[in-house]
Design a protein around this ligand. Structure first.
Ligand code: ADP
Length: 392
């Protein structure tokens, strides 16, 4: 069965088409600068990459082009071949703890949750509607970034503000990257050959979060009401003393919006180092001993270590610590720095294994109290799987 996995942003649309249940990628691609001058798309098929410039007025047009390409490349014979489309949806609030087939009610709920995710849910809805318009017969499924974290219990998900904020306005931790943490959990169940895994899963990309997984369920995670909580990220501050906000508004004569923009877009690795939000640049300058890069890298690592230590105590027993996301999968320096800092927990890195470049590998030594792995995440296949399961 052919299933599309879709991630729609406000001006982009990424997709993969899978033959399910084999999980074979038939074609993948991304449409960029939709609705903006200079729009283009790129496709990958049979190992070949194609890039084409094309005016893409809106998402409907991008989906039309996508369908034309599927037909032209003989990926499908007719539109009827596309049985299901799985959409990444960032916010499912506290309503969805699983993926769900999208009907009018679900669509309205996703729209209604836009207050909680103003940058993401409206874009996801545009994507959903574009596919509904072009291929109304395909089953549409919403796969929520928040769903996997709905097993987090109240003591962990409540903020420490007045309880009325939760009762009246649903202010609480939702946490994100759930599809990735779930994929890693499923992989680790298989690797460890265990149904009930206890894990600390570190998703370290541009955005970053760590989850505490108990018995295969998310029981805590570092992101919060929004993605700007927890770890230091590429441009986000992560955990932050909120009283700095009115102070900076006053002394820098800035609006609330400007300060929030600083915390979202000009903080984290970029803000501390003044160099870049890209960990490759930070790493390069760290190795050159550039003082702000050293500071940013050390702070980045320490925040991760603090959360791993917290979750270690929280879980009591940990089968494995995993690293994924662009930094987790690629930066052996960052991984080694983290694991070296965890010496007090008798965790030990294997320096040689840590330098490997594979999709899944062990990086801790035989003496390590906890096994540590690099697991390449695959949110797209997870979306395809969840979607396929709902067609049965
Ligand atoms: P996103 O959250 O946008 O999906 P990714 O998971 O792609 O982000 O991660 C992006 C981050 O991964 C960037 O900071 C990038 O520098 C980092 N990264 C990618 N490759 C490497 C590498 N070889 N070494 C160090 N960092 C890397």
């Amino acid at each position: 069965m052919k299933v599309l996995s879709v991630n729609a942003g406000s001006s982009s649309l990424k997709f993969q088409m899978y033959e399910m249940p084999q999980e074979e990628v038939l074609i993948s691609g991304v449409f960029e600068r939709i609705g903006i001058d200079g729009s283009f798309y790129s496709l990958k098929i049979n190992g070949k990459k194609i890039k084409k410039e094309k005016v893409l007025k809106d998402h409907d047009m991008a989906v039309s082009v996508l369908i034309d390409e599927l037909l032209a490349n003989n990926v499908v014979e007719s539109l009827e071949d596309i049985k299901a489309v799985g959409h990444r949806v960032v916010h499912g609030g506290d309503k969805y703890s699983d993926s769900v087939v999208i009907d009018d009610d679900v669509l309205n709920t996703i729209v209604g949750l836009s207050d909680l995710a103003p940058l993401h849910n409206p874009a996801n809805v545009i994507g959903i509607k574009a596919f509904f318009n072009k291929i109304p017969n395909a089953i549409a499924v919403a796969v929520f970034d928040t769903a996997f974290h709905q097993t987090i219990e109240k003591e962990e998900f409540l903020s420490s503000g007045p309880i009325e904020w939760y009762e009246n306005h649903k202010v609480r931790k939702y946490s994100f990257h759930g599809t990735s943490h779930k994929y890693i959990t499923e992989r680790m169940k298989s690797i460890l050959n265990k149904k009930e895994v206890n894990l600390i899963t570190c998703h370290l990309g541009n955005g970053a979060s760590i989850s505490a997984i108990k018995g295969g369920q998310s029981k805590d995670s570092t992101m919060g009401f929004t993605p700007n909580a927890g770890l230091i990220m590429g441009t986000r501050s992560g955990d932050f003393d909120f009283t700095i906000i009115p102070y900076i508004m006053e002394v820098e004569n800035k609006t609330l919006e400007e300060v929030l923009n600083d915390l979202n877009k000009k903080s984290g690795l970029l803000g501390i180092s003044g160099i870049s939000s890209d960990s490759r640049d930070i790493e390069e300058e760290f190795l050159n001993n550039e003082k702000n890069a050293v500071l940013a890298q050390n702070m980045y690592v320490k925040r991760i270590v603090a959360y791993i230590a917290k979750y270690f105590v929280f879980l009591k027993e940990v089968d494995a610590i995993t690293f994924s996301g662009g930094i987790g999968e690629n930066s052996s320096i960052t991984r080694k720095m983290i694991l070296d800092e965890l010496e007090a927990l008798n965790i030990k890195v294997d320096k040689v294994s840590n330098e490997k470049r594979e999709d899944e590998f062990l990086i801790s030594s035989k003496e390590s109290k906890v096994d540590c792995y690099v697991i390449k995440t695959d949110e797209e296949v997870m979306i395809a799987k969840e979607t396929y399961d709902l067609t049965k």
